[in-house]
Design a protein around this ligand. Structure first.
Ligand SMILES: [Zn+2]
Length: 88
């Protein structure tokens, strides 16, 4: 992997827990840019579905999940991505 030619450009990735998964994958798709239930690609080249938003006043059930997909992590580190934990 060659370094990003656009020096200074920070790549953000979002660590999200897809529907029916119990691990965080990283995606460069901005959550909120796609509707819930939509399939989005992960850095490890899987597809996960965006979860539905948590009811107001409750904490997202995914908040406790901190396990990160090792392949996504490896790719995110190689690309020097800035990771954001994101719950819905
Ligand atoms: Zn992954």
């Amino acid at each position: 992997m060659f370094p990003n030619p656009f020096l200074g450009d920070r790549i953000d990735v979002y660590w999200i827990v897809g529907l029916s998964t119990d691990i965080r994958h990283a995606t460069d798709i901005l959550p909120g840019a796609r509707p819930s239930g939509d399939w989005v690609p992960t850095l490890c080249e899987r597809w996960i579905r965006l979860p539905f938003p948590t009811v107001a006043g409750r904490r997202p059930a995914t908040e406790e999940i901190l396990d990160q997909c090792p392949q996504c992590l490896e790719i995110a580190e190689a690309r020097e991505c800035f990771g954001v934990l994101w719950d819905f």
